[in-house]
Design a protein around this ligand. Structure first.
Ligand code: GAR
Length: 187
């Protein structure tokens, strides 16, 4: 059995796409969705799919002892899907190469502290870029700097807004994130 731990802070559309992709697979289990945000839309999605939710306290997240809780779920993969807290070093070390993230731009551009969600798309439009996209990468100790696993591009249309760009990029994310996760599972 492959156990996948999901971490999310927001609306959870990627979590939904992932749960949906694996819903008929009996070799994949989602023991827990971890969120830092009691208002996160992902909590409703978890309910819909019958997955438990852990609401995370920042101080506990920073404590190395928290790895014992993570270990209990025996994750083969830890998947960040719009999770906005930096992953502490102890967790990166314990789950080296098993922690992945999705970012709504073509890294290394538009990454780093403060670059998340709509901030990214606003910066891309303000810089008059001709293209943007999404990046799926391994998480290391630096924000958005781990090995890139996959990038997909979208063209930026005339009159594109951060909202329309966000929608295009999310569509790409929903298509590719579940497939990349699947490809990383031991076969
Ligand atoms: C996604 O676009 C994801 O790439 C982005 O947050 C959004 C979450 O949407 N992640 C980051 O910006 C990480 N730096 P969702 O909650 O609907 O899946």
């Amino acid at each position: 059995m492959n156990n996948i731990l999901l971490l999310a802070s927001g609306g959870g559309s990627n979590v939904k796409a992932i749960l949906n992709y694996f819903k008929d697979r009996n070799d994949v289990n989602f023991p827990m969705i971890i969120t830092n945000n009691p208002e996160a839309g992902v909590i409703e999605i978890a309910k819909e799919y019958g997955v438990d939710v852990l609401l995370l306290n920042k101080h506990i997240f920073q404590e190395e002892i928290f790895i014992d809780t993570i270990d209990l779920y025996k994750p083969n993969l830890i998947v960040l899907a719009g999770f906005l807290w930096k992953i502490p070093d102890y967790m990166v070390k314990a789950y080296a190469n098993k922690l992945i993230n999705i970012h709504p731009a073509l890294l290394p551009k538009y990454g780093g502290l403060g670059m998340y969600g709509h901030h990214v798309h606003e910066a891309v439009i303000a810089a008059k870029e001709k293209e943007s996209g999404m990046t799926i990468h391994i998480v290391n100790e630096q924000y958005d700097e781990g090995t890139i696993l996959l990038q997909k591009k979208v063209k930026i249309a005339k009159g594109e807004t951060p909202e329309t760009l966000a929608e295009k990029v999310l569509n790409l994310e929903h298509t590719w994130y579940p497939k990349v996760i699947d490809s990383l599972l031991p076969k």
